[in-house]
Design a protein around this ligand. Structure first.
Ligand SMILES: [Fe+2]
Length: 327
Protein backbone atom coordinates (compact mmCIF):
# COMPACT_ATOMS: atom_id res chain seq x y z
CA UNK A 1 0.00 0.00 0.00
CA UNK A 2 1.33 3.42 -0.92
CA UNK A 3 2.26 5.68 1.95
CA UNK A 4 1.67 9.40 2.05
CA UNK A 5 1.90 12.29 4.43
CA UNK A 6 -1.84 13.04 4.30
CA UNK A 7 -3.55 13.30 7.69
CA UNK A 8 -5.71 10.55 9.13
CA UNK A 9 -9.26 11.17 7.87
CA UNK A 10 -12.14 10.95 10.29
CA UNK A 11 -14.36 9.35 7.70
CA UNK A 12 -17.39 9.47 9.94
CA UNK A 13 -17.54 13.24 9.38
CA UNK A 14 -18.05 12.88 5.63
CA UNK A 15 -21.50 12.79 4.04
CA UNK A 16 -22.63 9.79 1.99
CA UNK A 17 -21.25 9.48 -1.54
CA UNK A 18 -24.48 8.49 -3.18
CA UNK A 19 -25.97 11.89 -3.71
CA UNK A 20 -23.56 14.11 -5.66
CA UNK A 21 -25.63 16.79 -7.39
CA UNK A 22 -25.59 20.55 -7.93
CA UNK A 23 -27.38 20.83 -4.58
CA UNK A 24 -24.98 18.66 -2.56
CA UNK A 25 -21.53 19.05 -4.12
CA UNK A 26 -20.64 22.24 -2.22
CA UNK A 27 -21.27 20.62 1.17
CA UNK A 28 -19.30 17.54 0.15
CA UNK A 29 -16.22 19.58 -0.85
CA UNK A 30 -16.43 21.73 2.27
CA UNK A 31 -16.86 18.65 4.47
CA UNK A 32 -13.68 17.02 3.25
CA UNK A 33 -11.78 20.35 3.35
CA UNK A 34 -12.90 20.81 6.97
CA UNK A 35 -10.20 18.30 7.94
CA UNK A 36 -7.69 21.14 7.32
CA UNK A 37 -5.75 21.70 10.56
CA UNK A 38 -5.15 25.41 9.89
CA UNK A 39 -8.35 27.25 10.96
CA UNK A 40 -7.69 30.34 8.82
CA UNK A 41 -6.97 28.31 5.69
CA UNK A 42 -10.03 26.16 6.41
CA UNK A 43 -12.20 29.26 6.72
CA UNK A 44 -10.89 30.90 3.54
CA UNK A 45 -11.28 27.69 1.51
CA UNK A 46 -14.81 27.17 2.78
CA UNK A 47 -15.81 30.67 1.69
CA UNK A 48 -13.96 30.40 -1.62
CA UNK A 49 -15.54 27.05 -2.54
CA UNK A 50 -18.99 28.23 -1.47
CA UNK A 51 -18.83 31.42 -3.56
CA UNK A 52 -17.15 29.77 -6.55
CA UNK A 53 -19.76 27.01 -6.66
CA UNK A 54 -22.47 29.65 -6.34
CA UNK A 55 -21.11 31.53 -9.37
CA UNK A 56 -21.02 28.33 -11.43
CA UNK A 57 -24.56 27.37 -10.35
CA UNK A 58 -26.28 30.71 -10.71
CA UNK A 59 -24.76 31.38 -14.15
CA UNK A 60 -25.44 27.83 -15.40
CA UNK A 61 -21.83 27.87 -16.54
CA UNK A 62 -21.26 25.83 -19.69
CA UNK A 63 -18.40 23.38 -20.15
CA UNK A 64 -17.02 25.63 -22.90
CA UNK A 65 -17.11 28.70 -20.65
CA UNK A 66 -15.29 26.90 -17.83
CA UNK A 67 -12.66 25.71 -20.30
CA UNK A 68 -12.31 29.29 -21.60
CA UNK A 69 -11.64 30.41 -18.02
CA UNK A 70 -9.09 27.66 -17.45
CA UNK A 71 -7.27 28.43 -20.71
CA UNK A 72 -7.29 32.14 -19.83
CA UNK A 73 -5.69 31.47 -16.42
CA UNK A 74 -3.22 29.12 -18.10
CA UNK A 75 -2.18 31.95 -20.44
CA UNK A 76 -1.89 34.33 -17.48
CA UNK A 77 0.57 31.93 -15.86
CA UNK A 78 2.48 31.36 -19.08
CA UNK A 79 2.86 35.13 -19.56
CA UNK A 80 4.66 35.54 -16.22
CA UNK A 81 8.44 35.88 -16.35
CA UNK A 82 11.14 37.04 -13.92
CA UNK A 83 10.22 40.64 -14.77
CA UNK A 84 6.53 40.40 -15.64
CA UNK A 85 3.76 39.35 -13.24
CA UNK A 86 0.55 38.92 -15.21
CA UNK A 87 -1.30 37.47 -12.18
CA UNK A 88 -0.71 40.67 -10.20
CA UNK A 89 -1.97 42.64 -13.18
CA UNK A 90 -5.07 40.44 -13.25
CA UNK A 91 -5.57 41.01 -9.51
CA UNK A 92 -5.17 44.75 -10.15
CA UNK A 93 -7.67 45.08 -13.01
CA UNK A 94 -10.41 43.14 -11.19
CA UNK A 95 -9.98 45.35 -8.13
CA UNK A 96 -8.75 42.65 -5.76
CA UNK A 97 -5.39 44.34 -5.15
CA UNK A 98 -7.14 47.60 -4.23
CA UNK A 99 -9.61 45.74 -2.00
CA UNK A 100 -6.90 43.83 -0.10
CA UNK A 101 -4.95 47.06 0.27
CA UNK A 102 -7.95 48.98 1.62
CA UNK A 103 -8.86 46.25 4.12
CA UNK A 104 -5.33 46.04 5.45
CA UNK A 105 -4.75 49.78 5.67
CA UNK A 106 -7.89 51.34 7.14
CA UNK A 107 -7.85 55.13 7.39
CA UNK A 108 -7.14 56.41 10.91
CA UNK A 109 -8.20 59.99 11.63
CA UNK A 110 -6.74 62.26 8.98
CA UNK A 111 -4.03 59.80 7.99
CA UNK A 112 -2.92 59.65 4.37
CA UNK A 113 -4.59 56.77 2.57
CA UNK A 114 -2.69 53.88 1.07
CA UNK A 115 -3.00 52.80 -2.51
CA UNK A 116 -1.61 50.01 -4.66
CA UNK A 117 2.19 49.70 -4.88
CA UNK A 118 2.24 48.79 -8.56
CA UNK A 119 5.00 46.84 -10.29
CA UNK A 120 7.58 49.59 -10.81
CA UNK A 121 9.16 50.08 -7.38
CA UNK A 122 12.84 49.14 -7.24
CA UNK A 123 15.29 48.88 -4.34
CA UNK A 124 18.14 50.62 -6.16
CA UNK A 125 17.05 54.27 -5.92
CA UNK A 126 19.84 56.79 -5.37
CA UNK A 127 19.91 58.84 -2.16
CA UNK A 128 19.20 62.46 -2.94
CA UNK A 129 19.69 65.50 -0.72
CA UNK A 130 16.83 67.63 0.62
CA UNK A 131 15.57 69.59 -2.38
CA UNK A 132 17.55 67.47 -4.86
CA UNK A 133 16.34 66.09 -8.17
CA UNK A 134 15.07 62.55 -8.76
CA UNK A 135 15.33 62.99 -12.54
CA UNK A 136 18.44 62.74 -14.69
CA UNK A 137 20.29 65.81 -15.96
CA UNK A 138 18.54 65.45 -19.30
CA UNK A 139 15.25 66.43 -17.73
CA UNK A 140 12.32 66.62 -20.08
CA UNK A 141 8.69 67.23 -19.36
CA UNK A 142 7.22 69.81 -17.02
CA UNK A 143 9.44 70.54 -13.99
CA UNK A 144 7.76 69.92 -10.64
CA UNK A 145 8.83 70.79 -7.09
CA UNK A 146 7.32 68.58 -4.40
CA UNK A 147 7.44 69.54 -0.74
CA UNK A 148 5.60 69.19 2.54
CA UNK A 149 5.93 67.54 5.94
CA UNK A 150 5.73 64.03 7.37
CA UNK A 151 3.40 64.02 10.38
CA UNK A 152 1.74 61.61 12.79
CA UNK A 153 -2.02 61.57 13.40
CA UNK A 154 -1.67 64.03 16.29
CA UNK A 155 0.11 66.55 14.05
CA UNK A 156 3.62 65.94 15.45
CA UNK A 157 6.38 66.07 12.85
CA UNK A 158 8.34 62.89 12.06
CA UNK A 159 12.04 63.55 11.40
CA UNK A 160 14.30 61.07 9.57
CA UNK A 161 11.44 59.29 7.84
CA UNK A 162 12.68 57.33 4.83
CA UNK A 163 10.91 58.53 1.70
CA UNK A 164 10.99 56.65 -1.59
CA UNK A 165 9.42 58.25 -4.63
CA UNK A 166 9.15 57.11 -8.24
CA UNK A 167 7.35 58.29 -11.34
CA UNK A 168 7.18 58.00 -15.12
CA UNK A 169 9.30 60.08 -17.44
CA UNK A 170 7.62 62.50 -19.84
CA UNK A 171 6.94 59.63 -22.25
CA UNK A 172 4.93 57.66 -19.69
CA UNK A 173 7.58 55.01 -19.03
CA UNK A 174 9.35 54.00 -15.82
CA UNK A 175 13.11 53.59 -16.06
CA UNK A 176 12.75 49.81 -15.63
CA UNK A 177 10.78 49.60 -18.88
CA UNK A 178 13.83 50.57 -20.93
CA UNK A 179 15.94 47.63 -22.10
CA UNK A 180 19.08 49.80 -21.97
CA UNK A 181 18.48 51.05 -18.40
CA UNK A 182 21.79 52.30 -17.03
CA UNK A 183 20.59 52.87 -13.49
CA UNK A 184 17.76 54.39 -11.46
CA UNK A 185 16.07 57.46 -12.91
CA UNK A 186 12.87 59.34 -12.09
CA UNK A 187 13.09 57.80 -8.65
CA UNK A 188 14.92 58.71 -5.47
CA UNK A 189 15.30 58.14 -1.75
CA UNK A 190 15.45 60.95 0.81
CA UNK A 191 14.93 61.66 4.50
CA UNK A 192 12.58 64.07 6.20
CA UNK A 193 14.40 66.89 8.02
CA UNK A 194 14.38 67.56 11.77
CA UNK A 195 11.25 69.71 11.31
CA UNK A 196 9.54 66.87 9.40
CA UNK A 197 9.88 68.64 6.06
CA UNK A 198 10.87 67.03 2.78
CA UNK A 199 11.43 68.44 -0.69
CA UNK A 200 12.58 67.20 -4.07
CA UNK A 201 12.48 68.06 -7.76
CA UNK A 202 11.02 65.88 -10.49
CA UNK A 203 8.69 66.28 -13.42
CA UNK A 204 4.94 66.11 -13.71
CA UNK A 205 4.37 62.40 -14.46
CA UNK A 206 2.02 61.38 -17.27
CA UNK A 207 -0.73 58.78 -17.73
CA UNK A 208 0.41 55.40 -19.00
CA UNK A 209 -1.10 52.10 -20.17
CA UNK A 210 -0.78 48.89 -18.16
CA UNK A 211 0.74 46.06 -20.25
CA UNK A 212 -1.79 45.30 -23.00
CA UNK A 213 -0.06 42.59 -25.03
CA UNK A 214 -1.03 39.65 -22.81
CA UNK A 215 -4.20 37.86 -21.69
CA UNK A 216 -5.13 40.59 -19.19
CA UNK A 217 -4.96 43.18 -21.99
CA UNK A 218 -7.23 40.93 -24.06
CA UNK A 219 -9.64 40.67 -21.13
CA UNK A 220 -9.84 44.46 -20.82
CA UNK A 221 -10.47 44.79 -24.56
CA UNK A 222 -13.24 42.18 -24.42
CA UNK A 223 -14.82 44.14 -21.55
CA UNK A 224 -14.67 47.37 -23.52
CA UNK A 225 -12.24 48.86 -20.99
CA UNK A 226 -9.14 50.95 -21.62
CA UNK A 227 -5.85 49.99 -19.98
CA UNK A 228 -4.66 53.40 -18.73
CA UNK A 229 -3.70 54.64 -15.30
CA UNK A 230 -4.05 58.37 -14.61
CA UNK A 231 -0.75 60.19 -14.04
CA UNK A 232 0.57 59.73 -10.50
CA UNK A 233 3.57 60.22 -8.26
CA UNK A 234 4.39 57.16 -6.13
CA UNK A 235 5.47 57.69 -2.52
CA UNK A 236 6.52 55.15 0.10
CA UNK A 237 7.29 56.48 3.59
CA UNK A 238 8.80 54.49 6.45
CA UNK A 239 9.51 55.51 10.04
CA UNK A 240 10.14 53.36 13.14
CA UNK A 241 6.93 52.67 15.07
CA UNK A 242 4.70 53.58 12.14
CA UNK A 243 2.96 51.59 9.44
CA UNK A 244 4.78 51.96 6.14
CA UNK A 245 2.71 54.26 3.97
CA UNK A 246 2.52 53.16 0.34
CA UNK A 247 0.60 55.73 -1.61
CA UNK A 248 0.45 57.85 -4.75
CA UNK A 249 -0.74 61.34 -5.60
CA UNK A 250 -3.00 61.94 -8.60
CA UNK A 251 -3.68 65.24 -10.35
CA UNK A 252 -7.05 66.93 -10.57
CA UNK A 253 -8.29 67.15 -14.15
CA UNK A 254 -6.66 63.93 -15.38
CA UNK A 255 -9.07 62.28 -17.80
CA UNK A 256 -8.46 58.80 -16.37
CA UNK A 257 -9.19 59.61 -12.69
CA UNK A 258 -12.60 57.93 -12.77
CA UNK A 259 -11.51 54.89 -14.74
CA UNK A 260 -8.06 53.97 -13.43
CA UNK A 261 -7.44 50.48 -14.86
CA UNK A 262 -6.25 49.26 -11.43
CA UNK A 263 -8.63 51.24 -9.16
CA UNK A 264 -5.87 53.04 -7.26
CA UNK A 265 -7.44 56.50 -7.16
CA UNK A 266 -8.93 57.76 -3.90
CA UNK A 267 -10.47 61.23 -3.59
CA UNK A 268 -8.11 62.19 -0.77
CA UNK A 269 -5.12 61.45 -3.01
CA UNK A 270 -6.13 63.85 -5.79
CA UNK A 271 -4.04 67.01 -5.57
CA UNK A 272 -3.75 70.38 -7.27
CA UNK A 273 -0.57 71.64 -8.89
CA UNK A 274 0.28 75.31 -8.58
CA UNK A 275 1.84 77.25 -11.45
CA UNK A 276 4.94 79.20 -10.46
CA UNK A 277 6.20 81.80 -12.93
CA UNK A 278 8.84 83.59 -10.83
CA UNK A 279 12.39 82.97 -12.08
CA UNK A 280 13.70 83.96 -8.67
CA UNK A 281 11.61 81.31 -6.99
CA UNK A 282 12.58 78.77 -9.66
CA UNK A 283 16.29 79.37 -9.04
CA UNK A 284 15.76 79.18 -5.28
CA UNK A 285 14.26 75.73 -5.78
CA UNK A 286 17.13 74.54 -7.98
CA UNK A 287 15.60 75.05 -11.43
CA UNK A 288 17.32 77.13 -14.11
CA UNK A 289 14.21 79.19 -14.73
CA UNK A 290 10.43 79.38 -14.42
CA UNK A 291 7.83 78.16 -15.05
CA UNK A 292 7.46 75.08 -12.90
CA UNK A 293 4.67 73.27 -11.06
CA UNK A 294 4.54 73.27 -7.28
CA UNK A 295 3.04 70.35 -5.36
CA UNK A 296 2.64 70.91 -1.63
CA UNK A 297 1.52 67.84 0.25
CA UNK A 298 1.81 66.67 3.85
CA UNK A 299 1.73 62.94 4.60
CA UNK A 300 0.23 61.61 7.83
CA UNK A 301 1.54 58.27 9.08
CA UNK A 302 -0.31 55.88 11.40
CA UNK A 303 1.36 54.36 14.47
CA UNK A 304 1.57 50.56 14.43
CA UNK A 305 -0.76 50.21 17.40
CA UNK A 306 -3.32 52.61 15.84
CA UNK A 307 -3.36 50.55 12.65
CA UNK A 308 -3.67 47.28 14.56
CA UNK A 309 -6.65 48.68 16.50
CA UNK A 310 -8.32 49.93 13.29
CA UNK A 311 -7.90 46.53 11.64
CA UNK A 312 -9.34 44.80 14.72
CA UNK A 313 -12.33 47.17 14.71
CA UNK A 314 -13.00 46.38 11.07
CA UNK A 315 -12.73 42.65 11.70
CA UNK A 316 -15.17 42.97 14.64
CA UNK A 317 -17.77 44.39 12.27
CA UNK A 318 -17.58 41.46 9.85
CA UNK A 319 -20.50 39.07 9.91
CA UNK A 320 -18.53 35.87 10.25
CA UNK A 321 -16.54 35.30 13.44
CA UNK A 322 -14.05 33.14 11.56
CA UNK A 323 -12.99 36.19 9.53
CA UNK A 324 -11.32 37.58 12.65
CA UNK A 325 -8.83 34.74 12.74
CA UNK A 326 -5.47 35.87 11.43
CA UNK A 327 -3.34 33.33 9.59
FE1 LIG B 1 2.70 53.87 -11.37
Amino acid sequence: MATSNTPEFDLSKLPDVSDISPETITNRVNAINSLCPNPRQKFIMERLITHLHQVVSETNLTTEEWMTAILFLTRVGQTCTDTRQEFILLSDVIGVSALVDSINHPKVGDSTENTVLGPFFTEDSADIPHGGSIASAKESGTPMFVCGRILDTSGQVIPNAKIETWETDAEGFYDTQYADRQGPDYRGRLKSQQDGSYAFRGIVPVAYPTPGDGPVGDLLKSLGRHQFRPAHLHMMIEAPGFETLITALFFRGDKYLKSDAVFGVKTSLIVDLQDVTSNEEARAKGFESAPFKLLKQDFVLVKNEEAKKARAERAAKTVLDEAKVEG
